[in-house]
Design a binder for this molecule. Sequence first.
Ligand code: NAD
Length: 326
Amino acid sequence: MIDQKSALVCGAGGFIGAHMVKRLKREGFWVRGVDLKYPDFNKTEADDFVVGDLRHPDICNKSTDRAFDEVYQFAADMGGAGFVFTGENDAAIMHNSAMINLNMLESSRAAKVKRIFYSSSACIYPEYNQMDPDNPNCSEDSAYPAAPDSDYGWEKLFSERLYMAYARNYGMKVHISRYHNIFGEEGVWTGGREKSPAALCRKIAEAEDGGEIEIWGDGKQTRSFLYVDECVEGTVRLIRSDFMGPVNIGSEEMVTINQLAEMIMTIAGKKVSLKHIPGPLGVRGRNSDNKMIRERLGWAPSQPLETGLRVTYKWIEEQVRNAGKI
Ligand code: NAD
């Protein structure tokens, strides 16, 4: 096809990356994916898929051997609270993700990539602004003085600065989001790296009506959750804009973890009791602040949490059934 646009998706075997590949294919892009592995739940739709380790410069160079219109950098060593907040994986998280970003950015510069997107996280926000579950402050300008509560967050903040420095010194077109808890179908739902919406969907799917599930902490910690389709929409809008960010891409519908569990029970048509047990938690409260994205992109996520949860629960229930757990 003449003038066909092309995109490189790093982390295309992961949750958001695989959804992004589908979106770009629907738009008619030629897409190359790169990841340590193929997607877990579906065949990739990428035209070309490099199975390789982006910590190594030769794989980064090989991946950027053509003039891509858009590069999306999602690859990271990552997981939910059970992976990120125990402290046991800090060295690997920092080392692996920093190596990926250092090498990908340098290869992209050498290859004269037109636009590069980097997926940072709400985990960069200072812990001191997220102590009150009812009033967390996650406006973009509250990031400094920096005090993330995890080394995962520190690496993201370092890499944000790295991308901004490349924009400043080399004139690269860089776009940075701070994602807030993305969820949806075809994401990790078991095994220790899953996040709270997927973990709760699984526990409720596995539980009997009238049974009991375990929740880490008192369940009064607050979060917002963004359905993956809106995450992909915001990401595409950001990379095609003149706005570099960093900008929040998240939902402003803040709920407690107990409320999230109640919503999933209603969707499942089950009533289970919640047993609160000690576990890795993260900050007390967190919510997206969408003032900047509204102002700069004229768009912000708007879908109610329940809509995405319905789709996700149905998909996870199916996985649980296929695994013979119900
Ligand atoms: P994911 O774990 O599903 O995807 C990341 C992918 O990167 C995986 O498929 C993994 O195999 C790949 N990867 C890891 N190390 C690699 C390496 N050395 N070489 C090549 N590939 C490698 O995660 P996700 O939920 O899709 O998140 C995508 C990005 O968004 C990540 O950078 C993450 O930190 C960021 N983010 C996600 C969320 C969220 O809620 N999902 C929130 C904030 C930020």
